[in-house]
Design a protein around this ligand. Structure first.
Ligand SMILES: C[S@@+](CC[C@H](N)C(=O)[O-])C[C@H]1O[C@@H](n2cnc3c(N)ncnc32)[C@H](O)[C@@H]1O
Length: 335
């Protein structure tokens, strides 16, 4: 251990070693690139490399990702499944996409976003539990930051699903988001229930107290669960194991449980949902978050939903007549 590292805990020393490895890798890359001019590049072009390098570093500084990362290291308690808010324009992009999927005006979606963002009971519930509870042993931040889950909430409010299934619970931020939507749907006369799955015990602690009646936590592998589930799924969120092969299996098992109006969301930017949408005649969209004041840019959500517009490649198996129109009233249609 170097002198600099003396006196710090083994965890800090390990973090510092990782940092040094990153710096050495960057240094190595710079030296490698400076030792020979690539074929096709003139000496004059090559001399512009430092200028481009400066632009890169300036861009990184402008983005403030590094300073945000340092703030996060010392201010957050999260070690996985990081939460953050969306930038204002990213939130509007998401609202616009959900408006298209739900076939409702943008203002309707924005009102649903405001509904959850102003839900003081929900905020207090998340805040109090997050201070004391651990997710599978990991601490979480006592601040509700919904990010892309705003879209999940609005989808549940617009489509009034009878059955929502979410694979992957973590602390249960998605679960409680859906429970809050179902609570309001039920009060408005649209019954519904949420099933949340995880392979780890001690997950989903947020789906408790006043939100417990709206959902069921099941500790089981998602593939195993979907193989034996018998009910129709109106809204399926895949946020457990994100290996493409696992998602393919989940989709294959879920397919007979889906109706023509079911909506499927994956919490990744991977392609299984795209292939599924193509195969089942659904429309496909990808939403990429832009995080607000956060060190990571945000993740993607892929979504397959009933066709609003016919496009090349998505017409292999047309939806039944009228299915697209009814996707906003999943619940009332089946009641
Ligand atoms: C990204 S987190 C879920 C986040 C959550 N949906 C939310 O909204 O915050 C992924 C979770 O999936 C669980 N998981 C991983 N593989 C799984 C599987 N095969 N079946 C069910 N859950 C799984 C992990 O234990 C982890 O808690």
């Amino acid at each position: 251990m170097s002198d600099q590292q003396q006196g710090v805990s083994p965890a800090f020393a390990s973090a510092f070693q990782t940092y040094q490895k990153c710096i050495s890798a960057i240094e190595k890359k710079i030296v490698e690139r400076f030792t020979g001019r690539p074929i096709g590049m003139t000496q004059e072009d090559y001399e512009k490399v430092p200028l481009r390098m400066e632009k890169v570093f300036r861009g990184l500084a402008l983005e403030k990702r590094l300073t945000l990362a340092f703030d996060w290291m010392f201010e957050s308690r999260e070690t996985s499944n990081w939460t953050y808010d969306l930038r204002e324009n990213s939130q509007t992009h998401l609202a616009s996409l959900i408006a298209h999927i739900g076939n409702v005006p943008l203002s309707t979606v924005e009102n649903y976003f405001a509904e959850i963002q102003n839900d003081q009971e929900l905020f207090e519930h998340i805040r109090t539990l997050s201070i004391t509870k651990r997710n599978n042993g990991n601490p979480t931040d006592p601040v509700p930051r919904f990010g892309r889950r705003l879209g999940w909430y609005a989808l549940a409010r617009i489509c009034k699903p009878k059955i929502i299934v979410e694979t992957g619970l973590d602390k249960g931020l998605g679960s409680v988001t859906f429970a809050a939507a179902l609570k309001r749907n039920i009060a408005e006369g649209y019954p519904g229930h949420y099933y949340g799955l995880d392979i780890h015990k001690h997950t989903g602690f947020l789906l408790t107290g006043p939100y417990a009646p709206y959902g069921t936590v099941i500790i089981k592998d998602s593939v195993e669960f979907l193989a034996s589930f018998k009910e129709q799924i109106d809204l399926l969120i895949l946020d457990g194991c994100h290996h493409a092969e696992h998602e393919e299996k989940e989709l294959a098992l879920a397919e007979p449980l889906l109706t023509p109006t079911s909506i499927i969301v994956s919490d990744t930017s991977q392609d299984p949902i795209l292939d599924f949408a193509r195969r089942t005649g659904r429309e496909f969209q990808l939403f990429i978050e832009k995080s607000k004041d956060y060190w990571l840019p945000g993740v993607g959500n892929t979504i397959a939903f009933p066709c609003r517009t016919r496009r090349d490649g998505f017409e292999n198996k047309p939806m039944p007549r009228g299915a697209a129109q009814s996707s906003c009233s999943i619940n009332s249609q089946k009641m």
